[in-house]
Ligand binder design. Structure first.
Ligand SMILES: *[C@@H]1O[C@H](CO)[C@@H](O)[C@H](O)[C@H]1NC(C)=O
Ligand SMILES: *[C@@H]1O[C@H](CO)[C@@H](O)[C@H](O)[C@H]1NC(C)=O
Ligand SMILES: *[C@@H]1O[C@H](CO)[C@@H](O)[C@H](O)[C@H]1NC(C)=O
Length: 413
């Protein structure tokens, strides 16, 4: 009797470690792709004639139209997310949040319906304090009411910030809000800023086991700015924290390095390639933040490169491992599908050169225990050319221009 119970007990225990420790609400099986207002539009509330950065109904509808009409939706871009500064300064008489009446005259339910009519998904934003980071009404003491309101408006993704609260409130609110969202019965991707605030505002080490248990994705680091040094800093941050972050990263629960800044005019072509390649290799969310009308033909082609999106959206969701080559040059390696005979995965390599000078090097396949006996065919992801076949004992030579990246996918033959 005792033995029997113990065996059952151990079985259950090992099973539950796998299954219960991570949020499993069936959502975000691959990292979310879409558009988010903050990076480019920020708190764009002035909306004077000719104002390029006006966060309003017509902007959000125009993003949905661009996704629908210009190939972004087919490429996988799906969520359209309104960040801070969307509401009136006062709740209504029933304590509910109200969309800004000038900028969103038909309300958020209307926008949700519009976005859904295009087969796309709708995201919104709140903060766990009494006010948001930009001083609009926040969800503190309204967690349930706001979860219900977002669900009624048809929200599919909620970004939840953590400005202005103590660690007690941070630790409590994300858990509570997650439960309220779940209780609405509406599938809502839950994006948390919890670990960022624990790390950088409270100055403690985030408990990522707990974060991954309650959140579908979470911000680890500062907001990205629309500059190359900021984008580069984000990539270097994930490189140096690979050991910590990769453990919690996978289908349903993702580290979130924040938005892409491609399309804002801040990046050169090769800097755009670097940001997109590393984000794809990380299995990071791909959230644009730009005026969709200003995306150049080259940027559009880059953002819709399906060989690159396949790396970013690979169902295994493995975060690429970075290897330092020399200072400023790193190579990232990521196994992904398809597998040959279920034994030999495909791999992608990114050689990132953050220095100004060209770099020359090689990949020694033996070093990465490549084992597909028939070898691999090599795709240059940015040119779309299959240019080489290799065996596991070969080296692949690479030359990477200053401040550029080479991205190869190797498929077993
Ligand atoms: C709520 O949580 C349960 C248990 O984790 C999950 O099975 C279910 O899909 C969730 N529902 C929603 C709407 O998030
Ligand atoms: C909140 O959680 C962090 C880990 O994420 C922990 O270090 C801290 O002690 C917690 N604070 C409180 C008051 O629970
Ligand atoms: C080949 O390597 C992969 C990844 O390391 C491993 O999962 C697989 O079992 C190996 N296959 C063989 C036949 O050794």
């Amino acid at each position: 009797m005792f033995n029997f119970r113990c065996a059952v007990c151990i079985l259950f225990f090992t099973f539950s470690l796998d299954k219960v420790d991570l949020l499993e609400n069936g959502l975000a099986r691959t990292p979310p792709m879409g558009w988010m207002s903050w990076g480019y539009y920020m708190c764009g509330t002035k909306c004077e004639p000719g104002d390029d950065k006006c966060l309003d109904e017509s902007l959000i509808m125009s993003v949905a139209d661009a996704f629908y009409n210009e190939g972004y939706q087919e490429a996988g871009y799906e969520y359209i997310i309104i960040d801070d500064c969307w509401s009136e300064m006062q709740r209504d008489e029933r304590g509910r949040l109200v969309a800004d009446k000038k900028r969103f005259p038909r309300g958020m339910k209307f926008l949700g319906d519009y976005i859904h009519s295009k087969g796309l998904k709708f995201g919104m934003y709140t903060n766990v304090a009494p006010v948001t980071c930009m001083q609009y009404p926040g969800s503190y003491s309204y967690l349930k009411k706001d979860a219900d309101t977002f669900a009624e408006w048809g929200v599919d993704y909620l970004k939840v910030d953590g400005c202005f609260v103590s660690e007690e409130i941070l630790n409590e609110s994300y858990i509570k809000l997650g439960k309220h969202l779940n209780n609405t019965g509406r599938p809502i991707v839950f994006s948390c800023s919890w670990p960022y605030y624990i790390q950088y505002i409270i100055n403690k080490s985030p408990d990522y086991v707990q974060v991954a248990k309650y959140c579908n994705l979470w911000r680890n680091f500062h907001d990205i700015q629309t500059t190359w040094p900021s984008a580069r800093g984000v990539l270097q941050y994930y490189e140096s924290n690979y050991q910590l972050f990769s453990k919690y990263h996978g289908p349903g629960h993702w580290n979130d390095p924040d938005m892409l800044i491609i399309g804002t005019g801040a990046l050169t072509h090769s800097q755009s390639r670097i940001q997109l390649a590393v984000m794809a290799m990380l299995s990071a969310p791909l959230l644009l933040s730009c005026n969709m009308k200003r995306i150049t033909p080259y940027e559009k082609q880059l953002l819709q490169n399906m060989d690159l999106i396949a790396i970013a959206q690979d169902p295994l969701g493995i975060m690429a491992e970075p290897y330092d080559v020399i200072p400023g040059i790193s190579s990232w390696m990521k196994p992904h599908l398809p597998r040959k005979g279920d034994l030999y995965p495909s791999y992608s390599f990114a050689f990132v050169n953050l220095n100004k000078n060209d770099a020359h090097g090689y990949i020694d396949l033996k070093r990465f225990s490549f084992n597909a006996t028939d070898g691999y065919t090599v795709l240059d992801v940015f040119t779309g050319q299959y240019f080489l076949n290799v065996t596991p004992t070969d080296r692949i030579e690479v030359t990477v221009k200053g401040e550029d990246v080479t991205l190869y996918s190797l498929f077993p033959l």
